[in-house]
Design a protein. Structure first.
Length: 137
């Protein structure tokens, strides 16, 4: 069974709770990521995602460049999983918590991020191998 460490993204990018959401979104686009950990005094206190930001903008019809701080949108506490766990375990965590990002840990420290997109990539590769095996019959 494939492990989370084989599909997680690293390094993990972070922002502060006092960062304006629009600036955090810019950082995500510049780095091609969809989530940032929110850290205060070196401690992870939440997660800020493009999805959460988009829901706020669309539901409240607020200006995307407004001066809303990350702390007003972030989700806390974050869900974590050890990097040696299976992707099946991650799939359960995504579904049970209705989330799209999980912080990956090793020895209690965050070492990566796993997203639903990473999980989809795994399942796509898995089914592609199955298809290739079946097409050779």
């Amino acid at each position: 069974m494939s492990k989370i460490c084989d599909y997680m993204s690293k390094p993990v990018l972070a922002t502060s709770p006092d960062t304006f959401a629009c600036d955090a979104i810019d950082k995500m686009f510049e780095n091609n990521v969809s989530a940032l950990l929110v850290k205060q005094n070196g401690e992870c206190i939440g997660i800020f995602t493009k999805t959460d930001w988009m829901h706020l903008v669309l539901s409240e019809q607020c200006d995307p460049r407004s001066r809303i701080k990350v702390s007003a949108i972030m989700v806390a506490p974050i869900v974590t999983v050890d990097k040696k766990e299976t992707l099946a375990r991650a799939s359960i965590l995504f579904e049970d918590n209705n989330i799209r990002h999980i912080a990956v840990t090793e020895g209690g420290e965050i070492v990566g991020m796993l997203s639903v997109n990473d999980l989809e990539r795994y399942y796509h590769q898995l089914h592609e191998k199955d298809y290739t095996a079946l097409s050779g019959i």
